[in-house]
Design a protein around this ligand. Sequence first.
Ligand code: TRP
Length: 336
Amino acid sequence: MPAEKKRVLSGMRPTGKLHLGHLVGALKNWVEFQRQYDCFFMVADWHALMSEYEHPDDLRASTLEMVADWIAAGIDPQRSVIFRQSDVPEHLELYMVLSILTPLGWVERVPTYKEQLREVKGRDLTTYGFLGYPVLQAADILLYQANVVPVGEDQVSHLELAREIVRRFKSLYGQAPFPEPQAKLTPSPRLLGLDGRKMSKSYDNVINLSDEPDLIRKKIQSMFTDPQRVKKTDPGHPETCNLCAYYPVFAPDRTERVWDECRTAKRGCVDNKKELADVLIEVTEPIRRARTERLRDPGQLMLTLRQGAEKARARARETMAEVRRLVGIGATAYEG
Ligand code: TRP
């Protein structure tokens, strides 16, 4: 029998359209992981609800759009388990157990917690539930006994907490039915938003996977470039230019030429923008087509999620049975 493949679990919150940052920062890697791992990709709708609970109206629609984007980008529902967190109630059960054994101090000092309270505007995150955000995330991971969790830099502290929770579980109950998960930092290229800040929906500086060609052109025209280059005849600095940074990511074969022409002032930012818009339209076009196609049949997307949830749930039940046995809660097999 071949050795069992290692397991990957990752998730995204369905809080809006996916953009180029998601594509290069996460999705491309997820697609690759499908080759060598047993993959679980989760729509983290409980996590989304923690910040969107006052206006949860878009969660369902965003979920379907996000799944359409995933599949359009190359996540294969035959190979990987695509599911929605809230369809698998065991997440909350394990979350409860982990909440009980996680010292308050551990969650209070997760750096993202205070940061989000400070930074996120227009939402009241001072709730009991929000403090437990990374504990629920740990439950997501441990429930599937995932070995590897691809995440961005900002999530590393959550993975560290998950690992500490596993050790705590072991010290309390002698063993744990899940391994300590490893964060796998996605080697994400430097891709900033239109204004030179981190690409993020909340900064309104993104190019979405669903953007039509005209919109892409318009957005790229407004893009922030090398501030030291005032006139077209000034030499450019592609190494530090926000726009030039897109070339190695999306058009490696053009990079040398474009950067060279920019440095020697042979081409101006306007030409650069025209060409980049062409490149991005070419890159996103197949994804945009595929997502539109998928969204024409929402029933099929819902079916994909339902089937994914069944597969996920089978695994989740096994883990929970073991957890219940170890912590000594609930009926045992003998009691029926
Ligand atoms: N917190 C993650 C984010 O905002 C989303 C997430 C929820 C997640 N559960 C997860 C990521 C489990 C990895 C594993 O990006």
